[in-house]
Design a protein around this ligand. Sequence first.
Ligand SMILES: [Zn+2]
Length: 403
Amino acid sequence: MKIKPAVSVISPDRIEPDIELLLKIKGDFVPEGELDASSAYAYAPFINAHDHLVGNWFPRSGDKRPYPNSHIWVEDMRHSFAVEERNNFWVNDGSFKLTEPNAYALCQLGAYKNLFSGTAIVQDHSPNQPDSYYKGFPVTVLKKYRQSHSITLGNWWGGGTAEEEMAHSKGQMPFIIHLGEGTDELTKSEFAKLKKRNLLQPNLMIIHGIALTKAELKEIAAVGASICWCPTSNFYLIGKTLDIESCLKLGVNVVLGTDSTQTGGINLLDEFAHAHEKFPEIPLQTLYAMITVNPAKALFLPADKGILHPRSTADLLLIDAVERDPLQNLLEVSSEHIRLLLHNGIPLYGDAKWLECFQTVPADYTQFRVGRREKFVIGDPMELNDRIDAVLGYHKDFPYLPF
Ligand SMILES: [Zn+2]
């Protein structure tokens, strides 16, 4: 099947009208039929560089904001309304065995949060889980990474020491750590400690980095490490964010992440819009790179991710054109406007009429209505919501689910 969207955002630097895209689905099958895409824009599916899938309960927690550092919040949030409500379904006992059925249901919910915002690849910051964990999600949850929670708290949630984890990475996959999430002396001292422990390496991805100085950002840029920026979470929790202006001037590889909804925004589309609202001087092209090509680099993804491939389009995000500029468009749309999310040749979500063209894809889907539109989605997120409702005894609304 060939489609011709009004504009195709091939990469942040290449945005072209009237390009034909040849859709490929699993098994190299080119689907039959024709659907009009002339009032839609094409993008590469997004990449969310930072989430905690199990933590996407709602509303946010943090009664004593702004916190001088996030480590205080880690303790404080245990007594929040959201965590106490969630305890009825799953209690975080610190063991982080996320394959346990109710924990896994919450992680699935977090995966759907990403899917419904056009995000097909997610970094789930948690201790490394058994292989089976990564196989059952509707989106790609990356398996190849090593991590530490933070310099100050260490791996309280599981995993080796930061040095052991970095050694395991062999420089061939990202090493991920929360760092400088605060404004006090403790968080300001974390970068020096990281360096002393020889963790400033090209495969390092720092999460947050609010406390980093210009000199420290310069060192990060020189090594070629990445920083994951989570402005919504930062402003909510700490009241301040990363020195993004210096990062961009210095050429740091900045990626955008949502964090979980315990502190972050609703999803990656929301994060994109919020970053723009707070920093309108940053070109949208630069922000778009932070959810496509930059995280592809930081997370060691295959070369075909984060960009569109017109002659063999197995990854595609097709969205209604509601604005003239396709990047401005991303500020105005929500999950309802997504016509098709295709990932690794598998349709994940979109308008139901598209699914008819993909009959030969062996996967299970459910359908639901959003406004006047009939949508399909891979798997059954409504069943997840029902399971939670059955335990709570009332309907729990998650704002990132469009049904
Ligand atoms: Zn985090």
